[in-house]
Design a protein around this ligand. Structure first.
Ligand SMILES: Cc1cc2nc3c(=O)[nH]c(=O)nc-3n(C[C@H](O)[C@H](O)[C@H](O)COP(=O)(O)OP(=O)(O)OC[C@H]3O[C@@H](n4cnc5c(N)ncnc54)[C@H](O)[C@@H]3O)c2cc1C
Length: 448
């Protein structure tokens, strides 16, 4: 039976996608201004959409694939994140990162399959080390509370049989330049990306097999034997559709009352002068994840294609179930980030923050993805639970495999998840979640 789906909301991304704005002008893809047909349509050009498009191109390379992005590629959350592709379990909802053993091992296998998939893309499309760097990751502590988290994480890694290396205060200082960090824990399996450059280069690489349209939001779908996806100035008729829109899957009417729309925020300095780079010290590219899950992520990035040497701090989270942030959210985040920056980089006092922004995450109460065939031949690959560089890549690959192959070994393993659970009713949900996140931020102390 055919059905008309009206898309209730389109994405609004607060502030600039700074990782994208500091790069030279991007390749522009056209807007959809015609009525066209394709075998496959992927909606959304983040990590999930790109992975789905690439996996489709591998599986059904002789069929036509169109990708529709509401805004510009790399301007959405995929181009505005901190760029940690993490192989190990790292649950935003957990206090200690620790969880059940078997589940963790499975998550690691799946995450690594996704990272390998991204690595193949990086190799095939000639991405440089500044764009895709398999350098591992460091979780860092600046307080005794942070050190306790590191100790619990370390024990957890021991039980999983994972390799790691502890870094002491002076090693952290030599590496980062700041005396803020007391301890670090290095694990080798993660990759650090320049997120916007990764998205741009992945799209460029795929563009010989996939037709991209930017500024072409899907505003409605008429389902049928052949679906029709409407954008403001055109439409695509296609038999098969993959919705890779993360939390906006709810705007299409799917997974009602099952998704948490969380925003997190970041600030990026202007390009540092050569004197400031010397004052800062340390190596020219590094990044740390906070030992306390509510703490501050920091990245120091060197000049890439004229972008300049910069420091980026990310922290703060708010639940905004209407998928839009307020001016107040942005002001609060800026205040917290100025404090976090000053704590870590007293030697950069007076360096202006050039860019501030927020970005959407989609989580579920039980940390499960919003995945599967939601209408006949319409698949959802959404709700990446905050770690979309890897989980988005995975769910995009899996949606393509489910749609084309029906089954595969990796898919069977991936499908061993439950549906996202139902959320408590409003206003209790938003009040409770925002208060609880504030409380956890306060508890994080100087890790924030
Ligand atoms: C500041 C910040 C730091 C982060 N750090 C990390 C990190 O270090 N590591 C990590 O793994 N994750 C991180 N994340 C999370 C990560 O960015 C997301 O999980 C990831 O982008 C999700 O990927 P996705 O492709 O599923 O969704 P998105 O990247 O949100 O892509 C979905 C796309 O769909 C498009 N879209 C939506 N509706 C429509 C429509 N109607 N028509 C057409 N297109 C539509 C959107 O414009 C968007 O481009 C961070 C996020 C933020 C904001």
């Amino acid at each position: 039976m055919s059905k008309s789906i009206h898309v209730k909301r389109l994405p609004k991304d607060p502030g600039p996608a700074a990782w994208n704005s500091i790069l030279p002008a991007a390749t522009e893809y056209p807007q959809l201004n015609d009525d066209i047909s394709a075998d496959w349509v992927v909606v959304g050009g983040g990590f999930t959409g790109l992975a789905a498009a690439r996996r489709l191109s591998q599986l059904v390379g002789d069929e036509s694939i169109v990708l529709l992005e509401a805004n510009n590629l790399a301007d959405g959350p995929a181009g505005r994140n901190s760029g940690f592709m993490i192989d190990l379990p790292h649950d935003l909802n957990s206090e200690t990162y620790a969880g059940a053993h078997e589940q963790d091992l499975q998550q690691i296998r799946l995450n690594r399959a996704a990272i390998d998939f991204a690595r193949d893309m990086a190799q095939e499309y000639g991405m440089s080390r500044e764009v895709f760097d398999p350098c591992g990751k460091v979780t860092a502590a600046g307080s005794s509370r942070g050190e306790e988290h590191i100790e619990s994480y370390r024990k957890h890694l021991e039980t999983l049989g994972e390799t790691y290396k502890l870094m002491n205060t002076s090693e952290m200082k030599d590496w980062t330049g700041t005396e803020f960090y007391r301890q670090g824990l290095f694990t080798p399996g993660a990759v650090m990306i320049q997120p916007a450059a990764f998205v741009r280069e992945a799209a460029q690489g795929l563009s010989s097999q996939v037709v991209f349209f930017e500024k072409s939001p899907v505003i409605g779908i008429e389902t049928g034997e052949v679906h029709r996806l409407n954008t403001p100035n055109g439409s695509v008729r296609a038999k098969n559709v993959i919705l890779a829109v993360n939390g906006h899957i709810q705007s299409f009417g799917f997974f009602p009352r099952q998704l948490l729309h969380v925003f997190t925020y970041a600030s990026m300095t202007r390009a540092l002068s050569s004197t400031e780079i010397k004052q800062l010290g340390g190596v020219s590219d590094w990044g740390v994840l906070p030992a306390d899950p509510m703490g501050t992520t920091v990245r120091r990035s060197s000049d890439f294609m004229g972008s300049g040497h910069r420091v980026v701090v990310r922290n703060h989270a708010t639940l905004n179930q209407n998928m839009e942030v307020t001016e107040r959210n942005l002001r609060n985040a800026a205040k917290l980030q100025d404090r976090s920056f000053a704590r870590r980089f007293p030697m950069l006092k007076g360096v202006d923050i050039e860019h501030r922004w927020g970005g959407r995450l989609c989580l579920s109460w039980n940390s499960m993805p919003a995945f599967g065939e939601v209408e006949q031949r319409i698949w959802s690959a959404a709700c990446q639970n905050g770690l979309g560089t890897v989980k988005g890549t995975l769910s995009g690959m899996m949606a393509a495999e489910q749609a084309v192959l029906g089954q595969s070994d990796l898919l069977s393993e991936f499908l061993e998840h439950q549906a996202p659970s139902k959320l408590p009713p409003e206003p209790f949900l938003s009040l409770g979640a925002n208060m609880s996140m504030k409380w956890k931020e306060w508890q994080a102390g100087i890790e924030l």
